[in-house]
Design a protein around this ligand. Structure first.
Ligand SMILES: Cc1cc2nc3c(=O)[nH]c(=O)nc-3n(C[C@H](O)[C@H](O)[C@H](O)COP(=O)(O)O)c2cc1C
Length: 176
């Protein structure tokens, strides 16, 4: 069984990024599963580093037992969402839970450039963390509401693109 730890960088109930992640999940081949990480964590405070909150311990355990990590996030003010950066920072203290993990990056927005600026920043971060980034295909899920349709399901060419992303990412994970 291949397990992928999934960070969705939005806490919003009707999040486009949650819907994108669920579409990706529906396209996984047999033997591959998503495990969603709860980003509802305390704000990082180094005073807590040696007495980690249970929620942080649980998040680090999911990452450490995963075969790969997938980030699906909105872009906020041309940067990565604070909730996601907070979770990433926690996962690196003490001890970098991400080290050596294969990683994919993607994001959804109703805007035109598909979270490209935030993803560029995240690509720098995962490189620094010693993760193995899948460079291509990229996942800039722009004009997301239109693509997701009324029931939140992607169809047609958009679905084919997501399938290609999933297949490539699973292949990427298997290399490590
Ligand atoms: C504080 C804030 C900043 C935003 N900045 C951007 C941005 O830089 N680029 C963008 O495409 N959308 C931006 N948006 C719009 C988000 O893409 C949109 O709210 C999106 O639906 C959030 O993702 P979610 O649906 O997964 O919660 C911003 C939204 C908020 C709340």
């Amino acid at each position: 069984m291949i397990k992928i730890a999934v960070f969705v960088g939005s806490l919003r109930k009707d999040s486009l990024n949650k819907k994108l992640a669920h579409n990706l999940e529906s396209l996984l081949p047999d033997g591959v599963v998503f495990e969603y990480v709860d980003l509802n964590l305390p704000l990082l405070n180094q005073d807590m580093e040696h007495n980690l909150p249970e929620s942080v311990k649980a998040m680090k355990a999911i990452v450490e037992s995963a075969d790969g990590v997938l980030f699906v996030m909105p872009e906020y003010n041309r940067g990565i969402p604070g909730v996601l950066k907070n979770a990433i920072d926690w996962a690196t203290r003490p001890g970098n839970s991400f080290s050596g993990k294969p990683v994919g990056v993607g994001g959804a927005t109703d805007g035109a450039i598909g979270t490209a600026v935030a993803q560029s920043t995240l690509r720098h971060i995962v490189g620094y963390l010693g993760m193995h980034l899948m460079g291509q295909p990229e996942l800039y899920f722009n004009f997301a509401s239109k693509k997701l349709g009324e029931n939140g399901e992607v169809t047609g060419e958009d679905k084919e693109r997501l399938q290609k992303y999933v297949d490539s990412f699973v292949g990427h994970i298997k290399k490590f």
